[in-house]
Write a protein that binds this ligand. Structure first.
Ligand SMILES: [Zn+2]
Ligand SMILES: [Zn+2]
Ligand SMILES: [Zn+2]
Length: 161
């Protein structure tokens, strides 16, 4: 992919949500996993924007919808399911979750996070992963996972400044 990620500029976000839910259906159908109503709703909430969402934000929305308190373990299990199936990523620096742009494909999580608006842009740059593996193997370290979280200012916030 060479085009700028959608998260970088204004766009019709309802398309992102529709596509993400369709992709999730496809991924789950392929692996025989069940995307229950709750798991689907949690995924939809994570996809509400391109800004990472914390588990407590999700709980808050669900409780408001249900009119009763959603049980935290249920929401955490739904998030674990979505993580396991590669539908979302967890950003440790924010303790929050973001929808994955290309679920069902093996890839690492390399993110640019805007400190002003909170937008998280998933970048696809194989050279980053390769450089990490090279640096690690030089010291005899085996890479098992890569979550790279880079902080800065996005194009829109720079323009506004
Ligand atoms: Zn979008
Ligand atoms: Zn991803
Ligand atoms: Zn920004």
């Amino acid at each position: 992919m060479t085009s700028t990620p959608l998260a970088c500029h204004p766009h019709d976000h309802s398309h992102c949500v529709t596509e993400a839910l369709a992709a999730a259906d496809a991924v789950c159908a392929r692996s025989g996993a069940r995307l229950t109503a709750l798991r689907r709703r949690v995924l939809e909430l994570v996809w509400a924007s391109h800004r990472p969402l914390g588990a407590y934000d999700i709980l808050g929305v669900l409780s408001a919808e249900d009119g009763r308190r959603a049980a935290p373990p249920t929401v955490y299990r739904a998030l674990d399911f979505l993580l396991e199936h590669g539908l979302i990523h967890r950003l440790a620096s924010l303790n929050a979750f973001i929808g994955c742009n290309h679920p069902g494909q093996v890839h690492q999580g390399h993110f640019l996070i805007c400190r002003q608006c909170g937008t998280a842009i998933e970048v696809e740059q194989p050279a980053i992963g390769a450089a990490i593996v090279a640096a690690a193997s030089a010291v005899g370290f085996v890479v098992e996972g890569q979550m790279v979280e880079v902080v800065g200012l996005c194009a829109q916030c720079r323009e506004a400044a």
